[in-house]
Every structure is written in structure tokens, then in C-alpha cells.
Design a protein around this ligand. Structure first.
Ligand SMILES: Cc1ncc(COP(=O)(O)O)c(C=O)c1O
Length: 439
């Protein structure tokens, strides 16, 4: 545990430290867009963070106060897991546990500042999408904290798999719809092409952006991908660096699961900085599902962030914005694109990417739960899988290794997924099991 008195008070912005300047977002005409183009849907403070070249950005006092209700989050040595795996003393596994937040994941780290900045601008309502329901829950509670209405478009497959997430959001005061809906043009367009669509994050984003664009008092909020979201998450890695120092350990590998990239950014960007300073040699490993292998099988090119093409084009790894991944239980990892900043680090060889199957992730999750007691979110289980694989590989090679992974959330609302796994009903899907929407 870190004392709250030494909790970091500024977020780390990776942009000035990248090898190459980040490529600008492009508008529909293919020309770079300026901050004013985003003003109808985002607060100016977030837009300025999106393009900031300041290495550190102060966390507002009101945000720090709310952060302190659950931060600093613990960093835990997984001694019981090490014992169960039979690892030698030289192979160590640590995890940073973000499931202690009110929503049960890292997502409030950005929901809280986003709600705060919107409140500062007099916005009364925020529309958003959610996959697993973690992000929607985070924004719902952040909206409740700051007195802002929240409307959530929840990917239909998750809406059906995770009714308790919906109830949590509604209890926090949010309105929740199963996306695609008939409430927006984007939703109606998808339903016309595929009435049985299980939805995707790309479709849900289109719906939420449309609501924000059409209502002056409403903004849109994204729970991942964008630079300011990754920025807000860096508190994870900043704390982890201080905590690893308390444990007198330095990671050889830093691991995070990747949907849109924000929790991986959160744990890894501060380590990227540490590497530039010559204080770390850690490998940075991003883990994604084989059903949605954006970083490992996608193309590095400009693409829009949503299905209907309402968002700017960004340079990132993408499977194409019309790609709808198979309905794996890690709903938060079913996204066709990835954070441009995470994509750039992978493209420049500064971070590695690996894709894993659903069933092997649940095996790792159950092994972890039985050893450490925490039931991981299906998304986070991807990081656990690779952490265990790294540990076992080091043991077999007779090497010492210190592994740090981000346990991005708990899975207490994901019991339907565990029930399916326990009953042997899960299956693995690869990329080809997804579908592509066409006109
Ligand atoms: C627990 C958890 N981990 C990870 C993710 C993936 O998102 P990101 O890549 O932005 O961290 C999600 C998304 O919903 C999530 O709920």
C-alpha cells in the first residue's frame, strides 16, 4: 500500500517522449482537425489534453479528492499464485489491483476527471457506450458524484450476458439501452442491415456520439482509446513505480490487457518513461483476444473509431470499423481499433503485442481466483494468462524474472461468464469468427 499523502498529483503525458510526433486526427475531408471540431462533444480541458505537449498535467484538486476514496490502489505480490505454480524464489509475480474502485475497474480513473471537466463547462448530460458494462458503471457513478445525467448505449451481447451491470448503472441513476437501438439513426441503420445484430463497441459509440452531437447540453465521453483517457490512467503506473520501489523490486516485464488500450497505457506509459531514463529494461506486453486481434493481425492505418464513421480518423491498428468480433465474454476487449498512442508504441517496437484464446484465459482466471481469492474480470484474465506463461517460461529457462501485470478489474458481475466456463460451454473464436457489416 502506498500512503495517500504520496499519491501522484499529476498525470504523465507520453506524447512529448514518443520517438515520432503523434499523427494528427483527420476529419471527413482527410485534413487534420483542430480542437474546435471536437468542441461540440468534448469539454475543452479534455480536448487540450488530447494535444498537449506538457510532460505532466496536474490532477485537479476535486478529482484528487474523489480519487482518494479508492486510491492509491494496492500492489500485491501474488505469493499464493507463485506457490501454486511452484515457482522458484527468483520468479516473482506482482499485480496492481484496480478492482478496488467503486465500479470495480480502472475505468473511474478517467470517468471522474471527465465528469468533473464537463461539470465545469455547464454540461448537464453525458452519453456514452459500454461493452462489458465496466465503463458505463464508472461513468454512471462519476455522473452521480458531480450531478450529471448519464445515458449509456450498452453492446447488446453484454446487455444480455450481464444484467447486473445494467442494474448497477441504473441504480447509480443512468439510463441504459441495448445497442443497436431504434433511438438513433446509426442504430436503425445497423438494425436494417442485421436485425439480430449483437452489437459492438463501434456501433454503440456511433449511437452515443449522435446523441451528443444533436443536443447542445449533452457531451459524449469515451472510456478508452483517446489520448486524454490514456493520460488519466497513468496514475496506475505512477503509483506502481513507487510501490515496486517499496517492494525493492523492478519489473522485467509489464503486462496489461488491451481493448481500446487505456489500462495498458496506464500501467505501461510511466514504465516507458522509466526506460527512457535508463532506470528500467522492462518489456511492455499488450494482451488481446484472438477473437479481436487488433494489434497482432490488424493494419496500421487511418480508420474511424466507430461503425458509422462519425468520429475523426485516427492512425492506429485496426481490423476495420465495420468488423464485429465474435461474442466473447471479455466484452471490453471487443473493439476494432486501438489507442493511437498504444498503437504507435507497438508500431515503433517499444511495446509487444500477443493474442490469446478465451478458454485459456478463463483457465488462468480460475487458477488465479483459487490462489489469490480475487475473481478477475474476463478482460483482465488476458493479462493473467500471459503473466503465468511468462513465469512458467522463466522457470523452465532457469531464469530470474519479475513480472508485473495490471489486474484491471474484478469479475463479480461476470458470473454468467464463469458459469458458462464451469459448465464447459465456452468456445474459442479467431478473427474469422467475427462478421463485417456491409451496405
Ligand atoms: C476490467 C476491464 N479491463 C480492461 C478493459 C479494456 O479496456 P482498455 O483497453 O481501455 O483498458 C475493460 C473495458 O471495458 C474492462 O472493463
Amino acid at each position: 500500500m502506498l500512503d495517500e499523502k504520496v499519491m501522484p498529483t499529476a498525470w504523465y503525458n507520453v506524447m512529448p517522449d514518443l520517438k515520432n510526433p503523434p499523427a494528427p486526427p483527420l476529419g471527413p475531408d482527410g485534413n487534420p482537425i483542430g480542437p474546435e471540431a471536437l468542441a461540440p462533444i468534448f469539454p475543452m480541458a479534455c480536448i487540450m489534453q488530447e494535444v498537449s505537449t506538457d510532460r505532466f498535467i496536474d490532477i485537479p484538486g476535486a478529482v484528487l479528492d474523489v480519487y482518494k476514496t479508492y486510491r492509491p490502489s494496492p500492489l500485491i505480490r501474488a505469493r499464493q499464485l507463485e506457490r501454486v505454480l511452484g515457482l522458484p524464489e527468483g520468479v516473482k509475480i506482482f499485480y496492481k489491483y484496480e478492482g478496488v474502485s467503486p465500479a470495480g475497474s480502472h475505468k473511474p480513473n478517467t470517468a471522474i476527471p471527465q465528469a468533473y471537466y464537463n461539470k465545469q463547462e455547464g454540461i448537464t448530460k453525458i452519453a456514452t457506450e459500454t461493452g462489458a458494462g465496466q465503463w458505463g458503471s464508472a461513468l454512471a457513478i462519476a455522473g452521480a458524484f458531480f450531478g450529471i445525467d448519464v445515458e449509456v448505449f450498452m453492446v447488446k451481447v453484454s446487455y444480455e450476458q450481464k444484467p447486473y451491470r445494467r442494474i448497477l448503472m441504473e441504480t447509480y441513476g443512468a439510463a441504459v439501452h441495448a445497442s443497436p437501438t431504434n433511438l438513433t439513426e446509426a442504430g436503425r441503420h445497423v438494425l436494417a442491415m442485421d436485425p439480430n445484430s449483437t452489437g459492438s463497441l463501434g456501433i454503440a459509440i456511433s449511437e452515443a456520439v449522435e446523441v451528443a452531437a444533436k443536443n447542445a447540453d449533452t457531451h459524449y465521453s469515451l472510456g478508452s482509446v483517446l489520448n486524454h483517457v490514456c493520460l488519466h490512467q497513468t496514475i496506475i503506473g505512477e503509483e506502481a513505480i513507487l510501490q515496486m520501489a517499496l517492494a525493492e523490486a523492478e519489473p522485467d516485464v509489464v503486462i496489461g490487457c488491451v481493448g481500446g488500450g487505456s489500462n495498458f497505457a496506464g500501467i505501461s506509459f510511466p514504465y516507458y518513461k522509466r526506460k527512457l531514463e535508463g532506470k528500467s529494461n522492462a518489456r511492455l506486453v499488450a494482451v488481446e483476444p484472438k477473437a479481436c486481434p487488433t494489434l497482432t493481425a490488424g493494419e496500421y492505418r487511418y480508420d474511424v473509431g466507430d461503425e458509422a464513421g462519425m468520429t475523426p480518423q485516427m492512425l492506429m491498428y485496426t481490423l476495420g470499423h465495420e468488423f464485429v468480433p465474435a461474442g466473447i465474454h471479455a466484452g471490453g476487449l471487443r473493439y476494432h481499433g486501438d489507442s493511437p498512442l498504444v498503437s504507435q508504441l507497438v508500431h515503433e517496437g517499444e511495446a509487444e503485442a500477443v493474442a490469446v484464446n478465451q478458454i485459456e484465459c478463463f483457465e488462468a482466471a480460475v487458477q488465479f481466483a483459487r490462489a489469490e481469492g480475487i475473481l478477475p474480470a474476463p478482460e483482465s484474465s488476458h493479462a493473467i494468462r500471459v503473466a503465468i506463461d511468462e513465469a512458467v517460461a522463466a522457470q523452465l529457462a532457469g531464469q530470474d524474472k519479475t513480472i508485473l501485470f495490471n489486474l484491471s478489474g474484478h469479475g463479480n458481475f461476470d458470473l454468467a461468464a464463469y458459469a458458462a466456463y464451469n459448465a464447459g460451454e465456452l468456445q474459442d473464436y479467431d478473427f474469422s469468427a467475427g462478421t463485417t457489416l456491409h451496405e
